[in-house]
Design a protein around this ligand. Structure first.
Ligand SMILES: Nc1ncnc2c1ncn2[C@@H]1O[C@H](COP(=O)(O)OP(=O)(O)OP(=O)(O)O)[C@@H](O)[C@H]1O
Ligand SMILES: [Mg+2]
Length: 332
């Protein structure tokens, strides 16, 4: 295939050069192939004999469809692929669990502070927050990352801004928890001073916050460690997907989150078309070539793979294998 884009360090070489890489993320505009590339990467890693979990933190799941089996309930071994498991985090379940936890904490706190208000009002306002769903998913992802049950984790991240908010959140969380801790500690000291007994009260809220802060700190350390984590961005040779990942890469540099590189997907292969190419297709080809030029200029040295547009969807293990072969191919 002739393209204008040079691949310096290929996907395979990048992975070989980062032997302790443990967390793979895929980002990009909607529909560019994040799920397909995450699936192909997971398949390839499992093929290297590494215990791999392909996980979706996206509220709209597509792993079950990609793999042709239900992986929504639990970590599920992928049929016919040794070392590979897949799992779609159940958003509703996660949210319900977080709500319950928050309700318990708030109830305890109201009792502790002798406030006779129903906890439900507080729970309602805490969980009606639009970021609540995302933060619940984020916590779930972090929990998985910290368990370290697998050699590698491949995350199919939610499109565009969600992923960035997800990560920005770890910083915000940390600040919030610090503030909460400070006021909790002050309240506690006051209570101890006022109480006649010297016996220290148990403080589940404080314990929860301390644990939470520790988890967030660990997650941040993992997410910003270039030897352990890499975010790959997927572009098509089209204007919008390129604009989206340009913005994305800027944000990630700001957050200090390691960018593994750029994958160019759905590239049409001129050679495969023969000589009788209809005008419509020729126009698409010219358009792609122009945008490939932009990709070369913008992401020089960061392009890890060029994946062709296949004649069918990426669904099922054989197609994933074909995609993985293209994604991890050595450039000619
Ligand atoms: N190289 C390719 N050739 C042909 N079809 C592809 C290719 N890559 C992905 N597809 C198909 O394009 C569609 C979109 O891909 P995919 O679902 O992986 O994108 P996504 O970025 O995860 O989308 P969403 O933002 O909706 O999660 C799917 O039908 C997929 O099978
Ligand atoms: Mg997807």
């Amino acid at each position: 295939m002739t393209t204008a884009v040079e691949i310096g360090t290929s996907m395979a070489r990048y992975v070989a050069a980062h032997p302790s890489l443990q967390y793979f993320f895929f980002g990009g505009k909607g529909g560019v192939g994040k799920t397909a590339m995450a699936g192909a990467t997971a398949l390839w890693l499992a093929g290297q004999g590494r215990r791999t979990l392909l996980a979706s933190t996206n509220p709209v799941h597509s792993l079950s469809g990609l793999l042709g089996q239900n992986v929504a309930v639990e970590h599920t071994p992928v049929a016919g692929v040794p070392h590979l498991w897949a799992y779609e985090i159940d958003t509703r379940d996660t949210i319900e669990r977080s709500k319950r936890e928050i309700r318990d904490k708030i109830q305890w706190f109201l009792k502790f502070a002798d406030i006779s208000t129903k906890a439900d009002d507080f729970v309602e306002s805490a969980t009606m927050n639009p970021a609540f769903e995302e933060s619940a998913m984020f916590e779930n992802m972090v929990e998985m990352m910290l368990k370290k049950e697998y050699d590698v984790y491949v995350f199919d991240t939610a499109p565009t801004a969600n992923a960035r908010r997800l990560l920005g959140m770890s910083k915000v969380y940390s600040l919030w928890v610090d503030k909460m801790l400070k006021s909790r500690q002050e309240a506690r000291t006051l209570r101890e001073m006022l109480s006649f007994t010297k016996k220290k009260d148990e403080d589940p809220l404080l314990e929860y916050l301390l644990g939470f802060r520790a988890r967030m700190g660990q997650a941040r350390a993992l997410l910003t460690d270039a030897s352990k984590t890499a975010f790959f961005f997927i572009a098509l040779p089209e204007a919008l997907p390129i604009a989206v990942i340009t913005r994305f890469i800027g944000w990630f540099h700001e957050f200090g989150i390691p960018v593994g590189g750029v994958i160019v997907n759905m590239v049409m292969d001129r050679q495969a078309l023969g000589s009788q190419v209809p005008e419509f297709v020729l126009n698409r080809l010219r358009m792609q070539e122009e945008h490939l030029g932009t990709i070369r200029e913008k992401f020089d040295g960061q392009v890890r793979a060029i994946v062709p547009l296949f004649d069918q969807e990426v669904r099922g293990i054989p197609m994933l294998q074909q995609t993985a072969a293209a994604l991890f191919a050595e450039p000619a």
